[in-house]
Ligand binder design. Structure first.
Ligand SMILES: NC(=O)c1ccc[n+]([C@@H]2O[C@H](COP(=O)([O-])OP(=O)(O)OC[C@H]3O[C@@H](n4cnc5c(N)ncnc54)[C@H](OP(=O)(O)O)[C@@H]3O)[C@@H](O)[C@H]2O)c1
Length: 288
């Protein structure tokens, strides 16, 4: 089996590359810098050339402009990064008989608290990020041999100046910095290690359509941070409760819980609970 991982140097891409290596799967990584193949995915002519040369059996697209602020400020750039290349990828996957996995988002649900959203729940677009990611889903699904995976991931990116949510929380706990804990922002966050294991377990089944891969439990950000701090023995004295509505710059979806029963049925095992996600993150943190 050979895999081309687009976005191989990102939070998720690094974990996908590691999981492929653990399984002895040949994987090439693509990103603009520091990857096996350096490419700006918006250069669709070169993208096509690279895929025809590399001839992978599977493409996993984890490239995205993930900053909500940047997507809002530069909607055209968000479209040519998040959406348009996926149309080209879908065409190529049809003509070259490649199995295509498009990594998508959970950023489609708002106003229903901790509810879990199945793959067929109605979606809403509150910002450009969500809009461009959904257009990408539609493009990807134009290829019958494709799987769109909706998720919410946590982990370590290990890139100076670009901390992930987890890295920001850990730094704030270590430095005892002031933190606002949102009680009305719900996610089914899964660590990228568990996510990658589940995805590679599913790939041999060549599923198509939309599938949620996430934690089996929904938690708000306060619960997530409390559990993490408790496990690491940090104090939460310097924190206050808050609402995600206080973030005024970009509109955000906040009821991001995902129902993962469909994925669990295909996997034949349960996806991790919040405690299991925290355990894995703590292990990785201590390993670092
Ligand atoms: N992080 C989250 O909380 C979250 C939640 C739900 C879903 N997701 C989805 O999960 C996927 C992975 O997200 P992530 O957090 O791992 O993203 P990330 O850490 O920002 O990584 C993005 C990757 O894409 C590459 N990239 C960005 N722009 C590119 C371009 N124009 N051409 C080529 N490569 C480019 C980056 O490397 P270079 O910058 O060097 O090019 C990097 O390898 C995305 O589809 C995202 O929408 C993320």
């Amino acid at each position: 089996m050979s895999v081309l991982v687009l976005g191989s140097t990102g939070l998720l891409g690094q974990a996908l590359m590691k999981e492929a290596a653990c399984r002895g799967i040949k994987a090439n990584g693509v990103a603009r810098t520091n990857a096996d193949i350096c490419l700006d995915i918006s250069d669709v002519n070169r993208l096509e050339k690279i895929i025809k040369e590399d001839k992978p059996e599977i493409i996993i697209n984890a490239v995205a402009m993930t900053s909500l602020d940047e997507c809002e400020k530069y909607p055209d750039k968000a479209y040519i990064t998040n959406a348009r290349p996926v149309a080209i990828l879908a065409d190529l996957c049809i003509s070259c008989k490649i199995y295509f996995v498009q990594i998508s988002t959970d950023h489609y649900y708002t106003g229903d608290g901790s509810d879990k959203h199945g793959e067929h729940c109605p979606v809403r677009f509150v910002n450009e990020y969500a809009r461009t990611k959904y257009i990408a889903e539609i493009f990807a699904l134009g290829c019958r041999n494709s799987l769109v995976v909706r998720t919410n991931i946590v982990g370590f990116r290990k890139k100076a100046g670009q901390p992930t949510f987890l890295e920001w929380v850990l730094a704030s706990l270590q430095n005892n910095s002031q933190m606002t804990l949102f009680e009305d922002f719900y996610t089914s966050s899964i660590d990228v290690g568990h996510f990658s294991e589940a995805l590679f377990d599913l790939i041999p089944q060549r599923l198509s359509g939309v599938l949620n891969i996430a934690s089996s439990e929904v938690a708000n950000k306060r619960q997530f941070i409390e559990k993490l701090a408790f496990r690491l023995g940090y104090s939460l004295k310097n924190t206050q409760n808050g609402s995600v509505c206080s973030l005024k710059n970009v509109a955000r979806a906040e009821s991001l819980g995902l129902d993962v029963r469909k994925a669990e049925a295909f996997l034949g095992y349960r996806l991790p609970t919040l405690d299991q996600v925290i355990d894995r993150l703590v292990l990785e943190y201590r390993g670092n």
